[in-house]
Design a protein. Structure first.
Length: 250
């Protein structure tokens, strides 16, 4: 449960904000964790401001942990949003006033440049937690058209584009899939991110050539067809692939 705590603008730098796109994968769908504002009735990305003694990365980790309860995430900065008009009319200010958390709304009259971060999380481990201004913290599918605050739809689109590009440079899946998964489940994740189907044999060959997977002796049970083998990511080789990059495009 959240508590009302007045916002003290003296603790934060002027003109700098952060917006975090938190991706999760569930039921073969890529989803984003969003806050639903109590007063404005719109959705907004989890975000906040840069503390006087914080790095950008520390602030982003703090924001994501407050909404998910998770540490040790895959978290990357992806773009700066600097349109002079982007925050001219921020309806969330009224939500803060109604919550009794913003004694001085003038801080929000400033122009804010926002740094976008995206995080990849295990959907099943997240405990969605609303903030002071919101009544819910919901997983929303990327294809769901909901009313959103400011330029947050654009920020999500840019984060998704960056995630697609990452598939051509670095591995994806360690934080989005459970510890053990099947090759079809991994393929579905890639197809969902890319927005198109991939050839099964080519996908499997390419993933195995990356040498980041360990094939387990276990099979997934309970399906109507032949039970597929389970795989897990080899953490050491996965981390090396994150550092060195991958070859080939999807």
């Amino acid at each position: 449960m959240t508590t009302t705590k007045p916002f003290n603008s003296a603790n934060y730098l002027n003109h700098i904000s952060l917006d975090c796109v938190i991706f999760g994968f569930s039921n073969n769908e890529l989803k984003v964790l969003l806050l639903h504002l109590k007063y404005s009735k719109a959705y907004t990305l989890p975000g906040g401001f840069l503390g006087n003694n914080e790095t950008l990365e520390e602030a982003a980790k703090r924001i994501v942990k407050e909404r998910t309860g998770l540490d040790n995430l895959f978290l990357r900065q992806f773009k700066i949003f600097s349109d002079p008009e982007r925050a001219r009319s921020n309806k969330a200010v009224m939500d803060g006033i109604m919550a009794g958390a913003i004694p001085d709304p003038s801080f929000f009259d400033n122009r804010f440049i926002s740094i976008g971060f995206y995080a990849l999380v295990d959907f099943s481990k997240v405990k969605p937690t609303p903030d002071l201004f919101s009544d819910r913290c919901d997983w929303i599918g990327l294809n769901n058209d909901v009313s959103m605050l400011l330029d947050h739809k654009q920020i999500i689109q840019e984060a998704h584009t960056t995630l697609r590009l990452q598939l051509n440079q670095q591995p994806i899946g360690l934080k989005l899939l459970p510890k053990k998964f099947t090759m079809p489940e991994l393929q579905k994740l890639y197809e969902t991110i890319l927005g198109r189907e991939l050839d099964r044999r080519n996908f499997q060959r390419k993933m195995l050539n990356y040498n980041i997977l360990d094939k387990l002796k276990e099979r997934k049970t309970g399906g109507a067809h032949k039970s597929p083998y389970l795989y897990s990511f080899n953490i050491e080789r996965y981390q090396k692939a994150l550092e060195d990059g991958l070859s080939g495009i999807w």
